[in-house]
Write a protein that binds this ligand. Structure first.
Ligand code: DGJ
Length: 728
């Protein structure tokens, strides 16, 4: 039973296959967090709470002379501001403009089959209504007239618990929500490291592990997007945790806007972790009777290291987050013209690329930036979603028909949220741009941001983009977004609601995306934000694949895809083979190495095939056949990181089909060494007692996993090896 309610002990226990999560309503009606970790059957864990007077940790009035009872030291499920808990908290609400503290006490609960949804926002779902259960716990502050509902979604098979919060104003006064975290988690014991994924444009999701000190550690984004700089994912782990051993917790926010993650080790050694919308500048006016919903946070726990934690996220994202007809099946192998032509293309050039690509076995041409308005560089025309007739005479139809005639599909690039100053849209609707009155806006890549919190702006985008999509047989859209947002001022909102704009922008984006995915169910949407600047679970709800990085260098990608893999499955990653010398780094790697790396994602090419030698063309044909052959293992297999590309001389990773019958081992040498040591790689996920063939040689699963697979003479820079394993 995923939810166990013990009325006598006043405990709620959430059970997944391998984990337990327990809450308790205490004698004063506060909701305590008792436990989250490895599975514990049928036990009231309130003995873990040992109240002690710590001094300078005050006591709620009704605790009387009990100085040991303090909200400042108790493990709390959803800590609030102003009630004597001086640690980071999850909620700050003003009433009539004043901070009257937020004192939430248990009121009621409900449980039901299936998973709650958050209308207008992405969230994990349970298609059958049988895979998940929902618990709702209502807390109330009677002075403020505030009702807070804690939502829990339990996915037992994947060891996943989701959380989200509903705020309802049941008073007659306006409330201002200034902080509303999606989840908070207290763990009263342990010595912790935290892992996060930082980066920059062209180098996203870089794994970093640090020790958590006393005090507050925080990271996040204030850029209006989840950002290149910090992914909304955090892992807290024991200091001894490795890939395959030790305990760790993950928290991933299903949100594409500014967010904040915070961890605090308090005076008693308790760890508090919380995550949610970034509260810097956030102020949501909640009128009487209105409801505010936070985004969802996805939590998981593993006692078998990072690898198992990743599998939990991969499984649930593939099955219960991504949607659409391409959710499970093979996506087309694309050729994207960006690095082949940049802005310099026309129908003729695209058709030449498509013709060559068709001969190689590529499924689809994706026409990137530069096909609309009078765009010949990145300074104009964003917003004018009308085909450039000089580049594409007669519009899209003749080009797309010709591409269809080659047996290929066609995809197109848009950047709907943006506008160039040099565009008809900006000239006709200057008030549609985010801009503070009386100030000139910040430009970035020479572009400004449309106020998509406005319905009229969204209507324009729906009309103009639909017109293009309806004009030809378009089967793929790359939805790009190429700047961080500033100048947060909407002409449609009164001054007192401008603090809602950052979140309203994100809600506007969700509503646009939902419109398009519903209206065009046959179109595969690829997310992109200057590469991987918006690589988050919220975007995966709309586009099941995201361009991982503008950095297409295979060796740099090893690090980027390594970091990405901690939360996100291979099927979410878009990855292409590009030309050498690589356009971002100047590095030269073999065609094979580029393909081995790109295959661990949605495979494609980003080069001009006409410039390839005959030998290279033959090699690409083989790569495409291999990708198709291995697709099931690559995209649906369990993913194992076998080395740390930041520390080791080589990168190794493998995928294993769920029944252990087939696997693919990938190895790339990061740096060559003279007179190198042999490589010994211990494989994972095989059946110990089964035998496997690798290149006609037979090994037992136990030998490959315990003694390892041996590779001699891996002495060449960027050498790559791919081994297919088949069970006897
Ligand atoms: C940024 C994307 O990441 C690139 O792939 C390309 O689409 C450019 N934008 C086009 O402007």
């Amino acid at each position: 039973m995923p939810i166990i309610v013990n009325e006598k002990d006043k405990t709620f226990t959430l059970q997944t296959k391998n984990t337990s999560y327990q809450l308790k309503v205490d004698r004063h009606g506060f909701l305590l967090h008792l436990y989250y970790g490895s599975k514990v059957e049928d036990q009231n864990l309130d003995y873990l709470v040992i109240p002690v007077d710590r001094g300078f940790s005050g006591n709620p009035y009704e605790a009387g002379e009990d100085r040991a009872y303090s909200l400042d030291t108790l493990p709390l499920e959803y800590p609030t501001d102003g009630v004597g808990d001086y640690r980071i908290n999850a909620v700050l609400v003003l009433s009539g403009g004043a901070n009257k503290a937020v004192d939430l006490r248990f009121h009621s609960f409900k449980q039901k089959m299936g998973k709650y949804q958050l209308p207008g926002q992405p969230a994990l779902y349970d298609e059958t209504g049988q895979e998940a259960e929902t618990l709702e716990i209502v807390l109330k502050d009677s002075l403020l007239g505030l009702e807070v509902t804690l939502l829990y979604g339990i996915f037992p098979a994947d060891d996943i618990i989701t959380r989200a919060i509903l705020f309802c104003n049941a008073s007659s006064l306006e409330l201002n929500i200034c902080r509303a975290k999606s989840a908070s988690l207290d763990i009263p014991y342990g010595e912790w490291d935290f892992v996060h994924f930082h980066g920059r444009h062209n180098m996203e999701r870089i794994f970093e592990r640090n020790s958590l000190p006393h005090g507050i550690t925080s990271f996040g984004s204030r850029r209006g997007t989840s950002s290149h700089q910090h992914n909304p994912f955090i892992i807290i782990c024991d200091k001894k945790t490795t890939e395959f051993t030790g305990i760790c917790y993950g928290m991933n926010l299903v949100y594409s806007g500014s967010f904040k993650a915070e961890a605090e080790i308090d005076q008693t050694g308790l760890l508090r972790l919380n995550m949610g919308i970034n509260d810097d500048g956030f102020n949501w006016r909640l009128k009487p009777g209105e409801i505010f919903m936070t985004p969802e946070a996805v939590l998981s726990f593993s006692k078998e290291g990072f690898s198992k934690l990743s599998h939990n996220y991969h499984n649930v994202y593939r099955n219960c987050l991504c949607r659409g007809s391409y959710k499970q099946c093979r996506r087309p192998i694309v050729i994207n013209n960006w690095e082949a032509t940049y802005f310099d293309f026309d129908s003729k050039k695209l058709l030449e690329i498509a013709k060559e690509a068709a001969l190689l076995g590529i499924d689809m041409l994706v026409m990137d930036d530069g096909w609309f308005g009078k765009r010949s560089n990145d300074k104009s025309s964003l917003g004018d979603w009308v085909v450039n007739d000089e580049k594409l005479p007669g519009g899209l139809k003749p080009l797309v028909d010709s591409i269809d005639g080659l047996g290929m599909k066609f995809g197109i690039w848009f950047e709907p949220e943006m506008v160039s100053e040099d565009s008809d849209l900006c000239r006709n609707h200057p008030d549609w741009v985010l801009k503070v009155p009386g100030r000139e806006p910040v430009r970035s890549r020479s572009q400004l941001v449309l106020d998509i919190s406005r319905e009229d702006v969204r209507d324009y985008l729906i009309k103009s983009i639909s017109k293009v999509l309806d004009s030809a047989n378009i089967e793929y859209v790359k939805w790009d977004m190429n700047r961080s947002i500033s100048d947060w001022f909407s002409n449609k909102l009164p001054d007192e609601q401008q603090g809602e704009l950052m979140h309203r922008y994100v809600l506007g984006l969700y509503s646009l995306l939902e419109h398009f995915v519903q209206k065009y169910p046959h179109i595969l949407f690829e997310g992109c934000s200057g590469g991987g600047g918006r690589f988050d679970p919220a975007m995966l709800y709309y586009h099941p694949l995201i361009w991982c990085s503008d950095n297409t260098d295979a060796i740099e990608r090893l690090k980027i895809q390594y970091g990405t893999s901690f939360a996100y499955p291979v099927a979410a990653v878009s990855s292409h083979v590009s030309a050498v010398p690589n356009h971002q780094t100047g590095r030269v790697t073999s065609l094979k190495t580029r393909a081995v790396v790109a295959m661990s994602g949605n495979f494609g090419y980003e080069l001009n095939p006409a410039l390839l030698s005959e030998e290279e063309k033959e090699e690409i044909k083989t790569q495409i056949c291999l990708f198709k052959k291995y697709h099931d293992i690559l995209h649906n297999g369990l993913y194992y990181r076998l080395s740390d590309p930041f520390k080791e001389r080589f990168s190794a990773w493998m995928m294993v089909l769920g029944d252990g019958s087939e696997a693919l081992l990938n190895i790339v040498v990061n740096n060559a060494e003279a007179n190198p040591k042999h490589l010994f790689v211990k494989l994972k996920g095989l059946n110990e007692n089964d035998c496997y063939f690798i290149d006609d040689k037979k090994y037992t699963g136990a030998s490959l996993m315990n003694a390892g697979f041996a590779i001699k003479n891996a002495c060449e820079d960027y050498l790559s090896l791919q081994f297919y394993l088949k069970r006897e």
